[in-house]
Write a new protein. Structure first.
Length: 119
C-alpha cells in the first residue's frame, strides 16, 4: 500500500483561503487606487477642457462684439452723413425758394396739428 500524505501536509501545500481572500482584497484595492488616480486625471482634463472652452467662447464673443460695434458705428456714421445731406438739401431749397418752403412748412404744420387734434 502506498502511503498517503497526512492531512497536515496537504493543508500546508494548499493555500489558506484566508490568505487568498487577503491577496484578492489587496489586488482589488490596488486596482481601485489606480482607477481613482485615472478618474482624478480625467477630471482634471475635463476641467481643463471646460476652461479652454470658456476661454475660446469668451474670445469668440469678444471678436463678434467688436465686429458688431464696428458695423453699428459704420451704420451710425452713414445715417449721420445722410441726415447732414438731407439738412443741407432742405437748407439749399429754403434759400432758393423761400416762399415755397414757407408754404410747405405751413401745410405740414397744419396736417400735423389736424392729426394730433383728432386724438
Amino acid at each position: 500500500m502506498a502511503r498517503q500524505p497526512s492531512k497536515k501536509a496537504a493543508d500546508s501545500d494548499a493555500q489558506d483561503p484566508g490568505d487568498a481572500a487577503d491577496a484578492a482584497m489587496a489586488d482589488m484595492q490596488e486596482h481601485l487606487e489606480k482607477l481613482r488616480a485615472e478618474l482624478s486625471e480625467l477630471s482634471g482634463r475635463v476641467a481643463g477642457l471646460g476652461e479652454a472652452g470658456i476661454r475660446a467662447g469668451k474670445e469668440t464673443l469678444r471678436k463678434e462684439g467688436d465686429r458688431a460695434m464696428r458695423n453699428a458705428s459704420r451704420v451710425l456714421n452713414d445715417a449721420a452723413e445722410q441726415t447732414e445731406d438731407v439738412i443741407a438739401q432742405a437748407d439749399r431749397f429754403s434759400r432758393e425758394r423761400p416762399a415755397l418752403a414757407m408754404g410747405l412748412a405751413a401745410a405740414a404744420g397744419f396736417i400735423v396739428a389736424l392729426t394730433l387734434s383728432r386724438r
